[in-house]
Write a protein that binds this ligand. Structure first.
Ligand SMILES: N[C@@H](CCC(=O)N[C@@H](CS)C(=O)NCC(=O)O)C(=O)O
Length: 377
């Protein structure tokens, strides 16, 4: 496995599995916070912070969904790495479809940013990264915390009135995020990276027990925390949307597809369609998702005084536009040679995320600013 050790890139630094064959996720290192507080070191500002993401990564995807739902595209710029992660770690490949250059530092590899933030860094080089363009440093590289900061600290710069951590729901949101992390969000990795039968069996059993449970819960309520769309849904979404195309096959989570669940599948489509604005100019055939997406760094170019098309300037994006299934599939199937040595990308299944979901008949609705833009309306 590859990581930084004392600021040097090493390709032999640590093993990700315990002796018993269980996958161990490493702790995240940069844990500062942007706070809407005059005494805070990192205060919210438009144009000051930059996100480094991979469209493939479910953790980074949480931050992209939150940015889109809140309408923070003009306030927080984004660079997208190559979905293929090789020996050199995440790298920028602006010539590849859906990828961008490093808009801030012009780096070739993400690890350069880590070393710039801490010349003696000893850590994995992961996405997402929240970068401070003023101090030239990493604020935070833990998705749950970045999601929370974007959600709660940047309201002055958000173009939509959307609160994904509402008063009265906070304990429940925190509880659910915790509860789904181990069996579901991390559980698919525990199954896929297990090197012995027992830890694999345990991960798969726990994963499907948790999915069965939430499928039941979602029979009677629109969202995980009840009638409000929250960060818990964002955390669940980025795992579910990858499930049938990747985790089911590549990580052997093949007891059942998400599309076979009575409630999880319509719930997934509901979330996918949230914030999609059918009044906005899209692709000529009305496609959403990766087909309608553009380089998210364009907004940064504008912040730097470069031009972008006027028609793009007022567009808020929805969840669909944060999903790039090509990047997702390329990343997983080609980046884990231990799991898939020939790097063949599995073809199916072809899912219709835009099919009607009828979840609006259940108690609950998205925030008004998102409901107005819903594709189901
Ligand atoms: N705890 C981190 C985990 C992030 C993470 O593991 N990202 C993966 C991509 S899905 C990564 O960048 N891995 C690179 C590596 O481990 O070297 C978070 O939730 O932000």
């Amino acid at each position: 496995m590859n990581m930084l050790v004392d600021g040097e890139w090493r390709t032999d630094a640590y093993e990700a599995n315990d002796d018993d064959g269980s996958f161990q996720r490493q702790q995240t290192t940069f844990r500062d916070r942007v706070r809407d507080d005059p005494d805070a070191e990192f205060q919210p500002e438009a144009g000051r912070y930059h996100l480094y993401v991979s469209y493939a990564c479910p953790w980074a995807h949480r931050t992209l969904v939150t940015r889109a739902l809140k309408g923070l595209e003009d306030a927080i710029s984004v660079s997208v790495v190559d979905p293929y992660r090789g020996e050199d770690g995440w790298q920028f490949a602006p010539e590849k479809e859906g990828c961008t250059r490093d808009h801030v530092r012009g780096a070739d590899y993400l690890r350069e940013l880590y070393v710039e933030a801490d010349p003696d860094a000893t850590c994995r080089v992961t996405v997402p990264v929240l970068w401070d363009k003023r101090e030239d440093t990493i604020v935070n590289n833990e998705s749950e915390e970045i999601m929370r900061m974007l959600d709660t600290e940047f309201d002055d710069y958000a173009t939509r009135d959307v609160d994904l951590y509402p008063e009265g729901y906070r304990d429940e949101v925190d509880r659910i995020i915790d509860e789904i992390y181990e069996p579901i969000n991390n559980g698919v990795y525990r199954a896929g990276f297990a090197t012995r039968q027992e830890p694999y069996d345990e991960a798969v059993d726990n994963l499907f027990a948790a999915l069965d449970h939430w499928d039941e819960v979602l029979a009677d309520q629109r969202y995980l925390a009840g009638d409000r769309l929250t960060e818990a849904d964002v955390a669940m979404f980025t795992t579910l949307v990858r499930f049938d195309n990747v985790y089911h096959t590549h990580f052997m989570c093949n007891v059942q597809y998400v599309r076979e669940y009575d409630n999880l599948w319509p719930y997934l489509r509901d979330l996918y369609q949230t914030g999609v604005d059918d009044r906005r100019e899209g692709t000529p055939d009305g496609r959403t998702g990766s087909g309608a997406r553009r380089d998210p760094g364009e907004r940064l170019d504008e912040a730097n005084g470069e031009e972008r098309p006027v028609s793009e300037a007022t567009r808020d994006s929805g969840v669909a536009e944060t999903v790039d299934m090509d990047h997702i599939k390329e990343h997983y199937y080609t980046t884990h040679p231990d799991v898939n040595p020939h790097r063949i990308v599995a073809r199916g299944p072809d899912l219709d995320f835009e099919a009607p979901h009828e979840r609006d008949e259940l108690p609950g609705s998205p925030p008004a600013d998102l409901a107005a833009a819903s594709a189901d309306d």
